[in-house]
Design a binder for this molecule. Sequence first.
Ligand code: ZZB
Length: 258
Amino acid sequence: QEYTLIKMELQEPFPEALKALKGKQVNLVAATLRPETMYGQTNCWIHPEIKYIAFETVKDGIFVCTKRAARNMAYQDFTTTDGEFKVLLEIVGQDLLGAAVKSPLTSYPIVYCLPMLTIKEDKGTGIVTSVPSDSPDDYAALLDLQKKPAFREKYNIKDEMVLPFKPVPILEIPEFGKLSAVHVYDKLKIQSQNDREKLTQAKEMVYLKGFYDGVLLVGEFKGSKIQDVKKNLQNRLVEQKSAVVYYEPEKTIIARSG
Ligand code: ZZB
């Protein structure tokens, strides 16, 4: 499985748990199959209880992700010695919540690390880029934070990290309009990020349509169908050093080693 790894650069002041890395280029990295949706990023998702590490890459500064993802990257020429990576820091997601990052393409100059409780530890990097316009899971999780002050308080998330961020129309799907995730969220009467069944259904509804019939509304490839420009956009992000390509091995292969 090929993913685009989006580099989101940690901004000063670094969170307490990452103070030792002050002055260095530290990138939180998110694995996505939809690099073209980066135009609509509103925040970054972190699981409060998952463990993450920081390690040094050869060309792209320090990366923060799960240890499992770092191990995969070590076999893809991200580190000096094949298969090896040096752990600079171990942290839990909670340590990153509220941190500010700078991301490519999005119209928001700074976005924040917010809690999402449905992140899977064994997929991608454990860090997810949030695009509430086109991902029903992201829209549901963002609304949960916006609607529930108690939820924000629990994780020490300030109002200004959440309330100003609205879904951005970035691609149009004939059947669902310019904010397809919002459309299906309303249509299926989804209540929260814990509505798993409905959210799975919502994701299925928009996924393929977005990939094949979606037309970009913004940026360099405005007016083009996603399927025609997805690769070009990935190349652009890689050329400008905002992203790298990352492969995730099939689960069965991982299970055999050890
Ligand atoms: C931006 C984005 C925009 C995404 C969108 C989706 C959508 P899949 O197909 O099931 O493999 N993701 C990545 N890692 C994790 C994780 N560890 N836990 C939970 N979610 C994760 O799903 C791949 C997508 O799941 C990735 O692509 C990422 O969110 C998320 F408009 O990145 B995506 C309709 C979906 N739309």
